[in-house]
Design a protein around this ligand. Sequence first.
Ligand code: AMP
Length: 280
Amino acid sequence: MKTIQSVDEMQALVNGVRANGKRIALVPTMGCLHEGHCSLIRMAKAKAEFLVVSLFVNPTQFAPNEDFDCYPRQLQDDLLQCESLGVDAVFNPSVEELYPRGYSTYVTEEVVSAGLCGVSRPAHFRGVTTVCLKLFNIVQPQLAIFGQKDAQQAAVLKKMVRDLNLQLEMEIAPTLRDADGLAMSSRNKHLSASQRGDALAINRALGIGKTMVEQGVRNVDRVVAEITHHLAQHRRVRVIYVQIVDRDTMEPAREIVPGRHLVAIAAWVDEVRLIDNILL
Ligand code: AMP
């Protein structure tokens, strides 16, 4: 497995791979790999002949008051994990390599990114689209895999790929959960045992919403109220949003259509910001 920090070196490598007619897949991550990431990597491995995983904590998607500095990092463990999964190349550039002094170009998707996390994290998706477009240009993959866990991110990136005519197939992998139901996330490392207990309310609340819809409820406000009520029972949980939206456009639903909508939750569990969602 090659471990590459330089853009030039990464581009030279993939130019050779493409010249040999091999299909390249990219799994972009911020590192601190967990089983959720591994499931994306395994899926990519099965669908391509050359697999690149990027490990890069992208500063442009964090606001100045957010957790960029204390975002968990564990490069050596991540490299071992990638090696064991048969990754061909890890791309882990420095911040200066991707954003050299004087860097001034950003990509903005303006509709899918506007609601949900776009409200509470106004510059977040601009950072995500910018770094992903850069990674797509550097690695030139035919396939990129993202997780449903970050439903809005996946929808925004799909829209960018379509709008900018990128020759890239995007696949979205299902959310992996721990045995207790908590969606796997690098940020879970910051939860104490009791905070984790409260964080479980998020998945349970999603389950309550899903059950209501399975029982025939189509009224958005009723489902949102029930979910919000469940979350409010937990002292450490502060809701940022509970919304039912179209799974592709992230537009708020008027009436629930199973197969089309999802419930998305963002909440603080004390100082840890968690997101999760469930397809209805
Ligand atoms: P991150 O390192 O958090 O930026 O995540 C990298 C990729 O892994 C993104 O496409 C995420 O949506 C995906 N991902 C994160 N957590 C999970 C999970 N629990 N299950 C599946 N995919 C995930």
